[in-house]
Each structure stands twice: as C-alpha cells, then as structure tokens.
Design a protein around this ligand. Structure first.
Ligand SMILES: [Ca+2]
Ligand SMILES: [Ca+2]
Ligand SMILES: [Ca+2]
Length: 243
C-alpha cells in the first residue's frame, strides 16, 4: 500500500503544483548592460540562465559606455523558439514579495533566421513591448523615458519583478514602437529593463532583478503530463492488486 500512496501523491502534486510543469528556461546570454545602482554582487548576467541566481539590472539609465540613448538591461534567448500558444507563454521570475516590487518592462523579439536564439542573433531583430495593463495611464512609453514608481502597483500585469512567484506574460500583448498590436507566432529573445530611476529611500533605488525566464508549456503538453501521472497511478494500483 505504501507504493500505492506514493504514486497517488505524485499524481496529486503534478496536478496541483504548476512548477511541476516547468518549461524550458532561457538558455542563451545575449546582452547585459549594467545600469546605475545595480545591486553589488548581482551583476553576473549568466546567473539569469539558471534557477536560483539573480541579476540586478540597475535603474532606467543610459549606458555611459556607449551613450546610445537606449536604457540598459538584459537580453536573454531561447535556443528553441517559444511558440505563442493560447494564453500566457512566459513566466518571468524576479525576487518580489508582497509589498515590494521593482517593475521591469519586457520586450520580445523573434529570430527571423528561422532557428532559435544565438548570442548575437538579436542584433538584427525588432523588439516589441509587451504592453502593461496600466500602459494607457502612463505619462510616456517606458522605452522612451523613465517613469515614476507612483504609476505602478503590484497588481499590474506585463512587468517583471512584480508578482511573487513570477510574472506571467502573453506574447499577444506585443506592440510596436507606435503602440499598434503585433502578431507574433513565436519569440526567441526577451529583453527586460527597469521602468524607473526613482530612489527607494533607505532601500536605495528601484532596480529590477531577474532570476530566470521560463517558457510555459503548451496546454497539450500539460494534458499529456497529467495523463501520464494518472497512468502511473493506475499501473501502480494494478501492480499492488496483483501482488
Ligand atoms: Ca500567447
Ligand atoms: Ca537574427
Ligand atoms: Ca527586486
């Protein structure tokens, strides 16, 4: 009976724990420009390629090294493109907790060569902003200038480092530079940049952290996993009964 119960436990855990359905995580380090006030000791971008590490992006700021006018941030790639499935496609995981969040705006790009991400493959691609749920109430687009934290709440969708456990994102939220929706069948690159350059008082500055970026498996894959769990449960029961 002990074996029987273990199988039941596995099946129950698989059904009720979303993390059991973890998809592939971004596995290509493409670019990192450390922003002002990034947290000391958390500026190794390779840490964002594995669960458990943290990369601090720093505040919305231009990189003094190149002064290109674009805010700093991180670009991570998926060596296998992430399909735009029905509903959410990405889980961007930071380190927020209830009452503390440091929003980063998220952009996505395809790899138009047809393959997955490569270290430099993003350079010839167009990035599209995943439109935040509060976008229409913002004083400007976060791609153009820093925005005060007072415009953001922990209930906003479409930003990284806001929801404890990870921020779920839908590729369907993509908009171009003029704000028009864009239809993307898949993406290979994810860029994250802090929305603000506000001070957080005694806590320093608001700077988005990234732990990892995960692709959410297609519903069909999840169904197969659940069916697999049920089959294991049934087989376990049968084996026990036969003994
Ligand atoms: Ca989708
Ligand atoms: Ca490319
Ligand atoms: Ca944080």
């Amino acid at each position: 009976m002990l074996f029987d119960r273990r199988i039941l436990l596995v099946a129950v855990v698989m059904v009720f724990t979303p993390v059991m359905f973890a998809g592939p995580i971004a596995d290509v380090m493409c670019n990192y420009e450390e922003g002002l006030h990034a947290n000391t000791g958390y500026t190794d971008p390779s840490k964002a390629l594995s669960i458990g590490g943290l990369v601090s992006l720093g505040t919305w700021s231009d990189n003094p090294a190149n002064g290109d006018g674009d805010p700093v941030g991180i670009i991570l790639g998926f060596s296998t493109p992430v399909p735009n499935v029905s509903g959410n496609d990405l889980n961007v995981v930071g380190n927020p907790f209830t009452g503390w969040y440091e929003p980063g705006f998220v952009e996505v790009a395809r790899e138009t060569s047809g393959g997955g991400a490569t270290e430099d493959g993003w350079r010839d691609e167009t990035f599209y902003l995943l439109k935040g749920s509060n976008y229409d109430g913002l004083p400007n687009d976060p791609r153009d200038a820093a925005i005060a934290m007072s415009y953001f709440s922990q209930a906003d969708l479409g930003y990284a480092d806001v929801a404890p456990g990870g921020d779920l994102m839908n590729i369907d939220w993509a908009i171009d530079a003029s704000g028009s929706p864009v239809s993307l069948v898949d993406i290979a690159y994810v860029r994250v940049r802090t929305v603000t350059d506000d001070s957080a008082g005694v806590f320093g500055y608001y700077t988005t952290e990234i732990n990892y970026v995960e692709a959410i498996p297609e519903p069909a894959t999840i169904s197969l996993l659940v069916l697999g769990g049920v089959a294991m449960f049934r087989r376990g029961r049968k084996e026990c009964q036969e003994k």
